[in-house]
Design a protein around this ligand. Structure first.
Ligand code: FES
Length: 522
């Protein structure tokens, strides 16, 4: 199948995508979240973009790609721009940059940080107008102690080990701050505020609070409260007269990052039943509307980040990010438009959806031997160590490596998706809500916007609802952190919100095992 190069301006992001893909999908692959209020039905007209050379305006959700393109995205078509807005849920949330007023006159900058289990994102913000001046992200260097929160908790059992992990994250944030400063040509002394969000484990390690109790039932946080502290106290490199703000956690396994997401999408004003799913190593789910909200956390494991998958990786250059059926064979979209070297989470979800459609795996996830396979697909079914596997890519020369999807890879994905789906089902049960009652699903997480909705539905990751109800909101935790950085009103709102959200410990639900087992099937 033909592939085309799409360049997005003013971001200057370039991706390669298969012919026939929608421009909205291409923007998602480039990490740009458009304001697709109607979910891509072509009715809200919010996803308008301009095509070079003549600036012709088209709706990204209705534009099928059939050539190379340069696309300019107007600020009004972005989901998160200046004002963090969540149209479709409520009108815009206005940022009031009031916090900077207490600092001396001049340029007052702030940094919003989202500490993920896997990735740390930092944004340099002008406190006076909320504008983003620079963004940096890095792998969380704590991953060398294990790829999920439990392994960090297990490591930080003594004061010395906790201090070690704490120092690692502080060094990482100082490194990101230094990069932000050099990118924006500013001095770290101009940074007066920092707002940090993360899951409860990350929050505790950042604050050097004990985490031992997070690893044992009833999995209680040492503290759920927001904190304000002096940067000197934890050796953060910024103006020493400034302030570091951390945000309320909701429970032991639902942290301030979820509070930030809930704030960014303003779920507590939503009229319609809304499901927010933040897909990461830990999947956090919030379900509800303005009347009632509940949340849960699911230990999805790092399969969606490509870990524990034989050819898996994060969404880096060379990673297969999409798999589609084409002309009796499969076709791949690869990040960086180079020969594939690995497969990332979105590619994995696609690949499994494709194998299900082809009948190569059955609903239990087992490889089968369907009779009616095209020769090209049949040739991809191989045996590896006496186990069936599917060849995604055959190395063209010695410098490349062939990529396979094994039975074990499919099991890993099944476990990850079952964890998320079981969490959703148990929250639905608690709220007395059927699939069809959910009027919108907001997919958050750095990785959420790369997933193809059809594939997420096909593998049963999400409730059975019409596809247009599923929307992408990108890294909403980082967007929430931005709001919380600049606005004391948002900080007060977050406090109320975190207490309003009721936490459900899903692993303690009597029918957890049954629901989890049911959720394994595709
Ligand atoms: Fe394109 Fe609504 S018109 S998303």
């Amino acid at each position: 199948m033909k592939h085309f190069n799409i360049t997005f301006k003013p971001d200057d992001r370039r991706i390669s995508i298969h012919a026939g893909a929608m421009l909205l999908e291409a923007a998602g692959q480039a990490g740009i979240i458009l304001n697709a209020v109607c979910g891509g039905k072509g009715t809200c007209k919010k996803c308008m973009v301009n095509l070079a050379p003549d600036g012709r305006a088209v709706l990204a959700c209705l534009y099928r790609i059939d050539s190379d393109l340069t696309v300019t995205i107007p600020p009004s078509s972005r989901l998160f721009e200046h004002k963090i807005l969540t149209e479709g849920i409520t009108p815009q949330t206005e940022i009031r940059p009031d916090i900077y007023e207490k600092y001396p006159a001049g340029k007052i900058l702030g940094v919003a940080v989202d500490i993920g289990t896997t990735t740390v994102v930092a944004k340099l913000i002008d406190m006076t107008d909320g504008k983003i001046l620079a963004i940096e992200a890095e792998l969380n260097p704590q991953t060398r102690f294990g790829d999920d929160s439990i392994s960090r908790i297990n490591y930080a059992q003594t004061d010395a080990k906790l201090t070690e992990l704490h120092k690692i994250i502080i060094d990482c944030i100082n490194g990101l701050t230094a990069k932000l400063c050099s990118r924006a040509s500013i001095d770290a002394e101009q940074i007066y505020e920092m707002c940090v969000v993360g899951n409860t484990t990350m929050n505790h390690i950042f604050l050097k609070l004990p985490v031992v109790q997070l690893g044992q039932a009833p999995y209680k946080a040492f503290s759920l409260d927001a904190k304000d502290l002096s940067p000197e106290k934890i050796a953060l490199q910024m103006n020493h007269t400034g302030n570091v703000h951390t945000v309320e956690n909701i429970a032991g396994f639902v942290g301030s990052d979820t509070t930030a997401v809930a704030l960014a999408v303003d779920i507590s004003s939503a009229n319609e039943m809304t499901l927010v799913v933040d897909i990461g190593t830990n999947g956090e789910i919030v379900l509800g509307n303005k009347d009632k909200l509940c949340a849960a956390s699911c230990a999805a494991g790092p399969a969606f980040e490509g870990a524990r998958i034989s050819s898996g990786s994060r969404a880096v250059d060379g990673a297969i990010e999409a798999v589609v059926i084409n002309d009796g064979d499969i076709d791949l979209d690869v990040i960086g438009n180079c020969p594939p070297r690995s497969i990332c989470g979105s590619g994995l979800i696609d690949a499994v959806a494709v194998l299900l459609d082809l009948g190569v795996i059955d609903p239990t996830g087992r490889f089968t031997k369907p009779n009616e396979l095209s020769p090209a697909i049949a040739a991809r079914l191989i045996q590896q160590d006496n186990q069936p596997a599917f060849c995604l890519y055959r190395a063209a020369n010695v410098s490349e490596r062939s990529l396979f999807l094994t039975q074990k890879d499919i099991r890993e994905l099944q476990l990850a998706k079952a964890a998320i789906r079981a969490g959703i089902k148990l929250l639905q049960k608690k709220a007395g809500i059927k699939d069809d009652d959910i009027k919108q699903v907001l997919l958050a997480g750095a990785f959420g916007n790369y997933i193809r909705r059809e594939s997420a539905l096909r593998i049963g990751l999400l409730p059975r609802i019409p596809i247009e109800r599923i929307k992408f909101i990108g890294n909403a935790a980082a967007s929430g952190a931005e709001m919380l950085l600049v606005s004391s009103q948002c900080r007060a709102q977050a406090k109320k919100l975190a207490r309003k959200i009721e936490y459900l410990e899903i692993a303690h639900q009597p029918d957890f095992q049954t629901v989890f087992a049911e959720s394994m099937s595709f």
